[in-house]
Design a protein around this ligand. Structure first.
Ligand SMILES: Nc1ncnc2c1ncn2[C@@H]1O[C@H](COP(=O)(O)OP(=O)(O)O)[C@@H](O)[C@H]1O
Ligand SMILES: [Mg+2]
Length: 273
């Protein structure tokens, strides 16, 4: 028996293959939000999807999550082809990937308190012992796990607390992949570093993969192992964060990288404070 058998590369957690998606614009002409886009996310890694506003990032995030169907192409998540399964199967499989959006306030029902928000998420996986799980989730994201906090409503939380709650809700169902669409864009600079640190921390503890959608190169630099650059719905450049961000090849990427303010974070270094 050969004990030194070669390590078989693990299948990617998420794979988008030749995705096309267009919308009809106001003038009736098609808007090509995704044109032959392919990329993958491996277990435990962060891939940043970067590009200017309107380049198709959110469309691809929603396609990855199975929230919208591509016109053509395949989405494979954890071995399941999302584009070829029934709606019921899709609902079950989708639990393994959770979104975090830019504006956490808009994604909460204002009439639900913290306890109800987390409990609703826990019901999706038929979890028991909700009270203990709510408390442990709040602890995981650095929020006060006390009874008083569980009774608060979203409008009674600060922006940073709401974003942490959104992360707690995403993690309640124990996902494999988190698709974060501009998760830090709404936050103050002081909060951004903290939330970035939290995301990195949670990734290590829970072996999560992140698809980090951002127009902010400094976030991609600080968090991502690989980067996919989108322009007008097309991938113009992709590779390791070091290669793409330190020596961009495409003029569009060069412009994106050059537009980062001087305070850009060095790759791998996540700011505190
Ligand atoms: N539901 C929609 N209907 C029509 N056009 C859309 C819709 N969603 C996105 N688009 C268009 O598709 C393009 C890509 O949008 P989007 O994926 O939101 O880009 P990004 O997230 O990079 O800003 C844009 O031109 C946008 O106006
Ligand atoms: Mg967007």
């Amino acid at each position: 028996m050969n004990l030194k058998s070669p390590v078989v590369a693990a299948a990617p957690i998420l794979e988008l293959i030749d995705i096309h998606k267009s919308y009809r614009g106001g003038d009736g002409k098609p808007i090509h939000a995704a044109r032959s886009v392919s990329f993958k996310v491996d277990r435990g890694e962060t891939v940043a999807l970067i590009g200017e506003s309107g380049s198709g990032k959110s469309t691809l995030g929603r396609i990855a999550l199975g929230l919208i169907k591509p016109d053509s192409g395949r989405v494979i998540f954890n071995g399941h082809s999302l584009t070829e399964i029934s709606a019921a199967q899709l609902r079950a499989i989708r639990i393994g990937m959770q979104p975090i959006f830019q504006d956490p306030a808009a994604s909460f029902n204002p009439r639900r308190n913290v306890r109800a928000i987390l409990t609703q998420a826990l019901l999706a996986i038929n979890a028991d012992d909700h009270e203990r799980r709510c408390i442990s989730l709040l602890e995981d994201v650095g929020l006060r796990p006390g009874r008083e906090f569980l009774q608060r409503y979203p409008h009674e939380l600060s922006g940073g607390q709401r974003q942490r709650l959104a992360i707690a809700r995403a993690l309640a169902v124990d996902p494999i992949l988190v698709v974060a669409d501009e998760p830090l864009s709404g936050a103050d600079v002081s909060i951004r570093g903290q939330v970035m640190n939290l995301l990195v921390d949670l990734q290590e503890k829970r072996n999560l993969c992140y698809l980090m959608i951002t127009h902010d190169i400094s976030i991609a630099r600080a968090m991502a192992r690989r980067v996919v650059v989108l322009k007008d719905g097309q991938v113009v450049e992709a590779g390791s964060a070091a290669d793409v961000l330190d020596s961009p090849q495409h003029p569009y990427t060069k412009r994106l990288v050059a537009s980062v303010p001087v305070l850009a974070l060095p790759r791998g270094a996540v700011a505190t404070g």
